[in-house]
Design a protein around this ligand. Structure first.
Ligand code: ADP
Ligand code: MG
Length: 699
């Protein structure tokens, strides 16, 4: 009975009925006793520490006080009606506030009786008050013996319905009382010993009731490790199964196409990093295993060229290739870039997007089937079922929106011999995130920019320094350079954004009557837009004003100034990506971040980081630290098969690395998954996976 108790529905608890059960399920994902135990406290309160009224500040998230309620009073009318209990700790008064249940409150708490109260103090009309405090009699408080008391964060919605941390504490205690046997272990004995990990049972109990801070940190380490370990085990097992199952095309030839390009069309020497990465990719391509590689490099490091050149190797071996871009505009740009690079080489490159219709589309389909189309560029549309190649040998995914293991699997699941896959990221990804989201891929990094690039100078301007901005711009334009001015585009307020752009445009036209200024935004017809962009690219206009990141995704080495208006509305990755549009020529370039005066501290930090560094990897790390990994683009659909409860990719980098190393070793030691001492580990992995993606189906 004990083990099964973990599967009991929480409605078995005496004070959990259908309503609370639903709240707990929807609000916190708790439906069984087992779930309850895995809902760890967010912090612990030192039982020996009581606060006095004079110590309170409104910054305190939570305090514990001791004292008596002197009197109750009803205040306000209608919806504002509330019960106020004047609480004294012997030194001062704090108001306890309830918005419901006068009778309940008066019945539950006695006047002039010792209580321990918990809650968040807020300052209201010179007096601290605590809304919906948690209250416990001094006897009961004294009866429980632990030194650190769990505090569970309860979502506000649940709090409003009367569920609080004390209640959680009771439920958890009840469950622990029912379950006598140790909670099942998931890691093999030898790992526990070797890594000096607490048993799972001890760790989970300690999380709720730690004897000391040191115990608590050992418990949380054990559980973080476990969580990250199973993710790595999953990913690595998956990639191993994949390479066992699929042989790869063998591309040994580096022939006419590649060499012709290399010797006659490449307009500049490759950087050492580009050469190294091309070698790494080629080694994969001729290995007999299917390549699955991630290409990382900062904005402007020359990833596109690497992609193109490795695609040429596939052509040399008689295969077609395709490249998938996240948006139509980027796909069009790739087409343009490829055509420029390839010049008059006899290579047929085609673009397939939603815009390509009718006869044109059919012609491309025919060319793909016959093998006459060598390189296909497009959006996600290129991997849909109706697009058929004669022999697709390599796929490049140019990603902006990260998609994970499972989605990528679609690319090759249909074919006996799957194409080689190269994933390029638009901006660098923090290492821990890469290990997790792209953990099944090998990684190549371009850690060098093409020569002659001067670091971009980034400057923060408050919006009132228009004159300085004009002067700087004028100086650069007099030197023959060009400038971008970018306005944020937020879908919900497209009208306002457009208005901002419009006003800005009028303003700049007045300030620079002698200059030609282009204006580009999402509402324009794409023909007009292209024409306007084209004018800027040719240097006919000196300033390009635009609403989005994408619209300025062009490559204009002569542009040396990037002005970002309302920079506070952009995320770090976006700012960095935008800034990467300048600094592409040999001249000194500038990025001006214009903001209002009022900046939240996070925003201020973002701007500061931008001004301090040009290093995309550093920025990515900082971004993750600021926003938390959960909010980073695409982590939700990353293919991480279970949520992280306790580990944090921003803070637990070392644990991620350790988990990965150990998982590798464990897999190597158990190629058939049949070591007896691993049985419960594999079972735990299966249990974890059950509710998520069916990985076995794709591996
Ligand atoms: P990424 O896609 O990595 O942001 P791109 O591939 O767009 O960067 O390259 C940025 C610019 O640098 C392009 O104009 C490209 O032609 C140029 N470039 C690439 N490699 C080199 C090189 N080895 N030397 C000089 N310029 C290069
Ligand atoms: Mg690029």
């Amino acid at each position: 009975m004990e083990k099964d108790a973990l599967k009991y529905p929480i409605t078995y608890l005496s004070n959990v009925g259908a309503t609370r059960a639903k709240l707990l399920k929807d609000g916190m994902g708790i439906s069984t006793y087992g779930d309850l135990l895995l809902q760890f406290p967010t912090k612990h309160i030192d039982r020996s520490r009581f606060y006095y009224t004079h110590e309170l500040t409104s910054e305190m998230p939570y305090v514990q006080m001791r004292g008596q309620i002197l009197s109750f009073e009803e205040q306000g009318f209608g919806r504002k009606r509330r019960i106020v209990g004047h609480f004294s700790d012997g030194q001062g008064i704090v108001d306890l506030v309830w918005f419901n249940g006068l009778q309940y409150v008066e019945k539950s708490y006695k006047l002039l009786t010792d209580y321990v109260i918990f809650g968040k103090p807020t300052l209201y009309r010179d007096r601290f008050n605590i809304t919906h405090p948690e209250i416990e009699s001094i006897e009961r408080f004294n009866r429980s013996s632990m030194g650190l008391r769990p505090y569970y964060s309860i979502p506000e919605k649940l709090q409003k319905r009367g569920i609080n941390t004390r209640m959680m504490e009771q439920w958890v205690a009840t469950v622990f009382r029912i379950i006598h046997e140790p909670l099942p272990e998931t890691l093999p004995e030898y790992l526990l010993r070797e890594l000096q990990l607490m048993s799972r049972d001890e760790a989970i109990r300690t999380m709720h009731y730690p004897q000391s801070a040191e115990h608590l940190s050992r418990a949380s380490f054990r559980l973080k490790f476990e969580e990250l370990f199973f993710i790595q085990l999953n990913i690595l097992r998956y990639s191993r199964e994949r390479s066992r199952r699929y042989a790869g095309y063998v591309f040994t030839r580096v022939g006419d196409v590649f060499n012709d390009f290399y010797y006659h069309h490449l307009p500049f020497p490759l950087t050492e990093a580009q050469k190294r990465v091309i070698r790494e990719i080629h080694t994969d391509m001729k290995s007999g295993r299917q390549m699955n590689r991630l290409l990382q490099g900062d904005v402007g490091s020359g990833k596109t060229l690497v992609a193109l050149m490795t695609m040429l190797i596939a052509l040399d071996n008689g295969y077609q290739t395709c490249i998938m871009a996240p948006t139509e505009i980027l796909a069009e740009q790739h087409l343009e870039t490829f055509r420029q690079f390839l010049g008059d080489m006899p290579i047929r490159v085609e673009l397939l997007t939603g815009m390509v219709k009718g006869k044109r589309r059919q012609a491309i389909f025919d060319g793909l089937l016959s093998g006459e189309v060598h390189i296909l560029i497009g959006t996600h549309a290129v991997i849909e079922d109706n697009v058929q190649f004669r022999c697709l040998g390599m796929v490049v995914i140019d990603e902006q929106h990260r998609f994970g293991v499972a989605q990528r699997a679609k690319l090759w699941s249909k074919s006996q011999t799957p194409p080689h896959v190269l994933v390029m990221t638009a901006t660098p990804i923090p290492r821990t995130l890469a290990m997790t989201v792209y953990g099944d891929l090998d990684v190549s990094i371009i850690d060098e920019l093409p020569p002659g690039r001067k670091p971009i100078q980034t400057i923060h301007h408050y919006e009132n320094r228009l004159e300085d901005l004009y002067r700087g711009l004028r100086q650069q334009i007099d030197l023959g350079r060009q400038a971008y001015i970018v306005y944020p585009l937020i879908k919900e307020s497209e009208k306002i954004d457009l208005k901002n752009l419009e006003e800005g445009y009028q303003q700049f036209c007045r300030a620079f009557p002698d200059l030609r200024i282009s204006k580009v935004h999402g509402k324009m017809k794409s023909v007009e837009k292209d024409a306007e962009m084209e004018r800027f690219v040719r240097g006919e206009t000196q300033i390009l004003m635009a609403t989005t990141v994408i619209e300025v995704g062009v490559n204009v080495p002569n542009a040396s100034v990037m002005v970002i208006e309302n920079a506070e509305r952009f995320g770090l990755a976006q700012l960095h990506q935008l800034r990467g549009r300048v600094g592409r020529g040999a001249e000194q370039s500038y990025c001006i971040l214009v903001t209002g005066f009022k900046l939240a501290s996070d925003t201020r930090r973002r701007i500061q980081i931008m001004c301090e560094t040009n290093d995309g990897f550093e920025i990515a790390e900082e971004d993750m630290r600021l926003r938390g990994p959960g909010d980073l683009e695409g982590t939700q659909q990353s293919g991480i098969p279970f949520d992280l409860h306790i580990a944090n990719l921003a803070r637990d980098g070392q644990v991620v690395q350790l988990a990965r190393d150990v998982a590798k070793r464990v897999l190597e030691s158990d190629p058939q998954y049949d070591r007896p001492d691993h049985a419960m580990m594999w079972q735990a992995l299966r249990d974890l996976n059950k509710n998520y993606i069916d990985w076995s189906a794709i591996s």
